[in-house]
Design a protein around this ligand. Sequence first.
Ligand SMILES: Cc1cc2nc3c(=O)[nH]c(=O)nc-3n(C[C@H](O)[C@H](O)[C@H](O)COP(=O)(O)OP(=O)(O)OC[C@H]3O[C@@H](n4cnc5c(N)ncnc54)[C@H](O)[C@@H]3O)c2cc1C
Length: 390
Amino acid sequence: MQLSPYDSEHFPEIREGVRRLCAEFPGEYWRELDVRREYPTAFVKALTDAGYLSVLIPEEYGGSGLGLSAAAAILETIQAEGCNGGACHAQMYIMGSILRHGSEEQKQAYLPKIATGELRLQAFGVTEPTSGTDTTALRTVAVRDGDDYVVNGQKIWTSRAEHSDLMLLLARTTPKDQAAKKTDGLSTFIVDMKKALADGSLTIRPIRTMMNHATTEVFFDNMRIPAANLLGEEGKGFRYILSGMNAERTLIAAECVGDAKWFIRKSADYANERHVFGRAIGQNQGISFPIARAYANMRAAELMVHEAARLYEAGQPNGAEANMAKMLAADASVEAGNVCIQTHGGFGFAEEYDVERKFRETRLYQVAPISTNLILSFLAEHVLGMPRSY
Ligand SMILES: Cc1cc2nc3c(=O)[nH]c(=O)nc-3n(C[C@H](O)[C@H](O)[C@H](O)COP(=O)(O)OP(=O)(O)OC[C@H]3O[C@@H](n4cnc5c(N)ncnc54)[C@H](O)[C@@H]3O)c2cc1C
C-alpha cells in the first residue's frame, strides 16, 4: 500500500535502497535489542557502509553532497520500515556545525573520516540537569589555560555518547554576568571523547529510558581540550548551535512522518484482517475513521516537512516551517501510534507486534530535541508577534 506519492516519486532509488537494507533488520532484531537496551551496531554499520549517513557531507570531503530532502527521505524510510534511525541520525547532521563554522583545517581533519564512519560524531552536549530548555543558563565552563581549554561541568541526555568518538560541546567561556547578552559567551568545541575517557577526565553514565535510546549523562572533570578544537569564534557558540537546529528539526520531523506511515499501514492491514462479530473490524467506522484521520494528519505534516526542506535548500529562512514540521509530524506520529494500539486491541500491547515499541520510540519527539510548548512559544513570539513567554 503506497501511502503518499512521495513514497515512489521523491528520491525513489534512495528509498528503495533503504527499504532493502531495512528488510535485513526485521522486528525480531529490534525487539531483542530493546529488551537489553543494546545499541543496534549492525544496523548502524550497514547504514554507514552504504553511505546513507554521509549524504549531507559535500563530495570534496568524501560524502555524496546531497541536500536536506535526500537525508529526510532516508530517515523517513528507515522509520516507515519499522527500524529506528534515532541510534545514528545525529551522525548525519551534527557535522553541519563543522561544515558551516569550522576552519578549513578542521573540515579536512574531520569530515572525510566522518564520511567513512572512521570517526563517529554523534554526541551533542547541550542539555544540562539544572538549565533544561533554558540553554543560556548552562553551567558547564571552559576556561582558557595556555593552548588548552579546561572544562568542568555536567551534561544530561547526551545520546549515543558511548557510541561516538567525538562530541560537539556547548560550554560557557565568559561568565553570564560579564557577557553583553546572555546568548554571548558560550562556545562550541569538538571533544575527543576517547582521549578524555582514557585520561579519566570524562565519565559517561547510561540512563535507562522507556525506549532503547543509548542516552547518557556525562561529567567533565578538568577535561582539557586543545584550543584548536574551538569551533569558529569564542563566545559565538550559541549562534552556531541555533544555526543547525532547523535542519535537525526538519529531519526529526521526517522520521515522525515515517513512524506515522508505519503505524497507519499496520493499522489498516490489521483492520482488514482481524474479524470480530463475524466481520472485519475495519468495517466499523469507530475503527476506520480514526485511522483515516491519522492518515490525513500525517499527509499534512508530510507537506510541511517538504516545505521546510525546500526553503532550507533554497537558502531561505525556514525557522517557522522547520518548527511547525517538527510539531505537526510529532503530533501525527503519536496520534497514529495511539490509533494503532487501539486498532490492535490487546495485541497492541504485545511485544511481538512491535506496535508498543514503536509507540514508545516515537513518543520521545513530543519532548526532544525541542518540546512542543517551546515550538508554540516560538511561533507565538516570532511569527505572530505576541509577547515572549519566557
Ligand atoms: C531520550 C532523550 C534524548 C535526548 N538527547 C539529547 C542529546 O543528545 N543532546 C542534548 O543536548 N539533549 C538531549 N535531550 C534533551 C532534550 O532536548 C530536552 O529533554 C528537551 O529539550 C526538554 O528539556 P528539559 O528536559 O530540560 O525540560 P524542561 O526545560 O525542564 O521543561 C519541562 C517541561 O516544561 C515545559 N516548559 C519549560 N519552559 C516552558 C515555557 N516557558 N513555556 C511552556 N512550557 C515550558 C517544557 O516544554 C517541558 O514539557 C534528550 C532528551 C531525551 C529525553
